[in-house]
Design a protein around this ligand. Structure first.
Ligand SMILES: [Fe+2]
Ligand SMILES: [Fe+2]
Length: 216
């Protein structure tokens, strides 16, 4: 039985601080804040595991591609050509893989799943995976126009005043918009697109059939 406490998080925050740059740390702490606010709306009982996931989610992001590949080997991950061509998303796999060995006291499926899927998403994401994904996109340190747009889309609708069913649908619509913007950016950049990102977007589109494309 894994029990995560405020003390566990305080010591994890210290460890993370020693391993990432000040800029990445500022983002990481802002994601922890964002996921705390989201948990209060959607699943207060998952707050501590999701804050642990927030602290761990970008732990390996600053490694070089060679460092990522080496870490993947160490943890027995098999990498495809597409993984190596998309180094920006590889860190989610390496960070998730190191949790059981380096942080066995945090190796909870909620923590590992949220870290594993925070970059590309996947079909039928769990609620906790969705919350870390969104927190990473809309944390207050983000100034990219798409992040500002998504942050406003989510909070300016006042999810705190919605019924629980409306609030869940609002989460799905917000994620659908995020995947729409991400896929648009990837197409414009000519970048590889993970099939998981397409599957995540399609699954949400089926759940939001009346959601007109706001850019159309
Ligand atoms: Fe990340
Ligand atoms: Fe991040």
């Amino acid at each position: 039985m894994i029990e995560i406490t405020e003390q566990t998080l305080a010591s994890l925050r210290q460890t993370v601080k020693e391993r990432i740059s000040p800029r990445r740390l500022a983002h990481t702490l802002a994601v922890e804040d964002a996921v705390t606010r989201l948990c209060a709306l959607y699943c207060p009982q998952e707050e501590l595991p999701l804050r642990a996931a927030a602290l761990l989610h970008d732990l390996t992001k600053e490694l070089s591609l060679d460092g990522q590949i080496e870490l993947a080997r160490t943890h027995g991950l098999s990498l495809t050509e597409a993984d190596i061509a998309s180094p920006k998303t590889l860190h989610a796999r390496t960070a998730a893989a190191l949790i059981p060995k380096e942080f066995p006291h945090l190796a909870h499926p909620t923590v590992i799943g949220a870290v594993r899927w925070h970059t590309v998403g996947r079909e039928d994401m769990t609620l906790t995976e969705q919350l870390l994904y969104l927190a990473d996109y809309i944390d207050e340190s983000r100034t990219f126009p798409s992040c500002v747009r998504l942050r406003r889309f989510f909070w300016e609708a006042h999810p705190e005043a919605m019924s629980s069913e409306e609030r869940l649908q609002h989460l799905r619509r917000t994620l659908l918009l995020s995947f729409r913007m991400t896929l648009g950016d990837l197409l414009r950049e000519g970048a590889l697109i993970s099939p998981e990102t397409v599957a995540a977007r399609n699954a949400l589109l089926l759940l939001c059939p009346d959601d007109a494309d706001p850019d159309a």
